[in-house]
Write a protein that binds this ligand. Structure first.
Ligand SMILES: [Zn+2]
Length: 347
């Protein structure tokens, strides 16, 4: 697994590239083995720390807790996560199929053997593993005890066993977030999505955030030098980012007084008067704005220079224009041709 990460030169991958690598390769390797055997916790923890280091540092070495707690990263996108499987929980749930087979008394040799060796009293649901029994059996009993806290025996047997459904039932019941569809919108530029996601979770490493761990850090905004640099200031109380937002609102003929991400997305949500394609373009632009403000801020941090507003806005407009021409469906372009052509012509 570590070799695979090195081969793919993950340090050069964008955050979204790393997300795809973790989801498509690492987790699928794990999912295969997790479904056929109980994996040792030490191995699962190691796997988890490799995934964490890969996501936040782009390397398989070392450990990195990252800006967002791993249990939250492993939530579905609809509830504010990145949709990774939690390898430890997935292994637990995958082993639940043996718990179900024993409970449902499936007709196979292994279940019959378990009933005759460990369950001679027939009471599986209240069974406790004896100290001298095998490691494997103790793990299965432990999984049964986790399931037992959430569901009664008759319902458990009657519902059958799907690892996917049981995983969602045991570990993924959390509140949905309103901004999910906007952050992960299909038209959004991929590299913008991850920074937009961190901004919506208020987990970007702003100077105020960093100063919680290192009080010697200067709090002041790198773009205006006037106020503390936190998420509210950057998006968009800062005179620099506010000017960029104002320029983009004019560009898009976007008439709203909303001045922060939450209210801007709420406005998009409630705006009935504008058609879907235009909403999508506004979201692409908002994601681009958040990404570029963060980019300018980081450039200022490392180079002690702040790009002029014109330069930043033009970079954004060019990226959005390129994206719209290449990704937007032809049908949508036809429906919204006038506005689309005007928007791109004023760049
Ligand atoms: Zn500022």
């Amino acid at each position: 697994m570590v070799q695979m990460i090195h081969i793919r030169s993950s340090r050069n991958l964008s955050y979204m590239g790393r997300v795809t690598l973790i989801n498509s390769v690492l987790i699928s390797i794990h999912s295969y083995w997790a479904q056929i055997m109980i994996l040792p916790k030490l191995l699962l923890r190691r796997m988890e720390s490799i995934c964490q280091a890969l996501l936040w540092k782009g390397t398989a070495k070392g450990s990195s807790p990252g800006q967002v707690a791993w249990e939250n990263v492993c939530l579905p996108q609809s509830t504010g996560g990145l949709g990774f499987r939690n390898v430890i929980n997935w292994n637990t749930v995958a082993m639940g199929k043996y718990v179900w087979a024993i409970a449902a008394k499936k007709d196979n040799l292994w279940v019959r053997w378990i009933h005759s060796v460990y369950l001679s009293n027939g009471n599986w649901w209240n069974n406790s593993a004896l100290p001298n029994c095998s490691w494997y059996w103790k793990k299965i009993v432990a999984v049964k005890d986790i399931i037992k806290t959430k569901i009664d025996l008759s319902t458990f047997i009657a519902e059958g066993y799907s690892i996917q459904q049981r995983y969602a039932f045991l570990y993924l019941i959390t509140n949905r977030v309103q901004w999910n569809n906007y952050v992960w919108g299909r038209l959004n530029i991929p590299k913008h999505r991850f920074i937009f996601w961190l901004a919506m979770k208020e987990k970007l490493r702003t100077r105020v955030q960093i100063s919680k761990y290192d009080p010697s850090i200067d709090h002041s905004c790198l773009l205006c030098g006037d106020q503390d640099e936190d998420e509210q200031h950057l998006f968009f109380a800062c005179p620099y980012s506010r000017s960029c937002l104002a320029r983009l609102k004019t560009w898009l003929s976007w008439r709203t007084r909303a001045k922060d991400n939450g209210r801007l997305l709420l406005w998009i949500d409630k705006a009935k008067q504008i058609i879907k394609v235009r909403k999508q373009i506004i979201i692409v632009v908002l994601a681009a704005l958040v990404y570029h403000i963060w980019l300018v801020r980081n450039y200022a941090l490392w180079n002690h220079k702040v790009w002029c507003i014109n330069h930043t806005v033009q970079r954004m407009q060019n990226e959005v224009k390129f994206r719209m021409f290449h990704i937007m469906p032809r049908k949508a372009k036809n429906v919204y041709r006038d506005w689309f052509e005007y928007t791109c012509s004023v760049i």
